[in-house]
Design a protein around this ligand. Structure first.
Ligand SMILES: *[C@@H]1O[C@H](CO)[C@@H](O)[C@H](O)[C@H]1NC(C)=O
Ligand SMILES: *[C@@H]1O[C@H](CO)[C@@H](O)[C@H](O)[C@H]1NC(C)=O
Ligand SMILES: *[C@@H]1O[C@H](CO)[C@@H](O)[C@H](O)[C@H]1NC(C)=O
Ligand SMILES: *[C@@H]1O[C@H](CO)[C@@H](O)[C@H](O)[C@H]1NC(C)=O
Ligand SMILES: *[C@@H]1O[C@H](CO)[C@@H](O)[C@H](O)[C@H]1NC(C)=O
Ligand SMILES: *[C@@H]1O[C@H](CO)[C@@H](O)[C@H](O)[C@H]1NC(C)=O
Length: 238
């Protein structure tokens, strides 16, 4: 009664292996999994498989335009061109022993801002509050944008937009309040943008706006953030 056991085990093992092949004990992968492409640009997408069955066939399902194709025994790559969809998800597939497997890649298109502009500032009265406004026009994807307002080399304000909805280009307004001090007279305000795309940075900046500050300039240096602003009167008050 001992003999049939190994035979049964052998048969069971073989069936499991065959079932495994038929049910898809193979993998499909795509490279790159996520791509950032300049709006209107192109990218190669490579689909590959671990399938060992000869004649495994694969492809890429996408609404984007395919121009070139290269393939090896276990991979197939396509060049996608003129990418104008702001977000698209081509699907790689392979058929292996009658089973099909899919894997999705994400392609996002980006566009550097068309313009980065600072709103002109009036002549500023010492100690009064003013808004500095920067417009960033026609940029995508806003979720990867950082806008920084600077006074000289000093950062006044930094803003990011991780929660911005929509994948297409948008206009962004960034505002920060400043209360000019005497030492700000002649300083330059600039607005800087950075699109951070998987390690590549695309930077732009506005032209500079010079601060013109007027008011009673005291002889002695003022304490920073004095309210009301220190003037000759307050300094010489009895
Ligand atoms: C692709 O995009 C989808 C939906 O936004 C997301 O769930 C998925 O994690 C992304 N995949 C990769 C590899 O970035
Ligand atoms: C596609 O990927 C396979 C597997 O990683 C690799 O062997 C092949 O060289 C790649 N083809 C191209 C055109 O990059
Ligand atoms: C590339 O694909 C073609 C058509 O599917 C096939 O005949 C050819 O053998 C493939 N090339 C390689 C290197 O596997
Ligand atoms: C932004 O910077 C890129 C180069 O990084 C440049 O080609 C483009 O003209 C700049 N755009 C503006 C609005 O300055
Ligand atoms: C600056 O703008 C904010 C938001 O638009 C507004 O609430 C604030 O009153 C403005 N400050 C000044 C000094 O204009
Ligand atoms: C983005 O949304 C999350 C969840 O709603 C929130 O916790 C986070 O503070 C938001 N981030 C910004 C920069 O607004």
């Amino acid at each position: 009664m001992a003999q049939p056991v190994p035979v049964l085990l052998w048969a069971w093992g073989t069936l499991t292996a065959l079932a495994g092949a038929a049910q898809g004990s193979f993998e499909v992968s795509v490279s790159p999994e996520a791509a950032m492409v300049e709006h209107g640009g192109s990218v190669w997408i490579n689909c590959s498989t671990t399938c060992q069955v000869p004649g495994a066939s694969g492809g890429l399902e996408t609404s984007l335009i395919k121009t070139d194709r290269k393939n090896g025994s276990s991979w197939v790559a396509f060049r996608l061109v003129n990418i104008k969809e702001w977000a698209s998800s081509p699907q790689c597939y392979f058929t292996c022993g009658g089973t099909i497997k899919l894997v999705t890649a994400n392609i996002s298109a980006y566009r550097a801002p068309e313009r980065v502009v600072l709103e002109p500032l009036p002549e500023m009265e010492l100690g009064q509050a003013y808004n500095v406004t920067c417009w960033v026009l026609n940029v995508a994807p806003v979720t990867h944008l950082t806008v920084t307002l600077r006074r000289g080399g000093e950062t006044l304000h930094t803003e990011t937009f991780q929660n911005h909805t929509g994948t297409g280009p948008d206009d962004i307004t960034v505002i920060t309040e400043i209360t000019p001090q005497r030492s700000d007279h002649g300083q330059e305000i600039t607005c800087h943008t950075a699109l951070d795309l998987h390690g590549s940075h695309f930077k732009n900046s506005s032209s500079a706006v010079e601060l013109k500050v007027y008011g009673e300039f005291p002889h002695a240096p003022c304490a920073i953030h004095t309210v009301p602003p220190c003037t000759r009167d307050t300094l010489h008050a009895p």
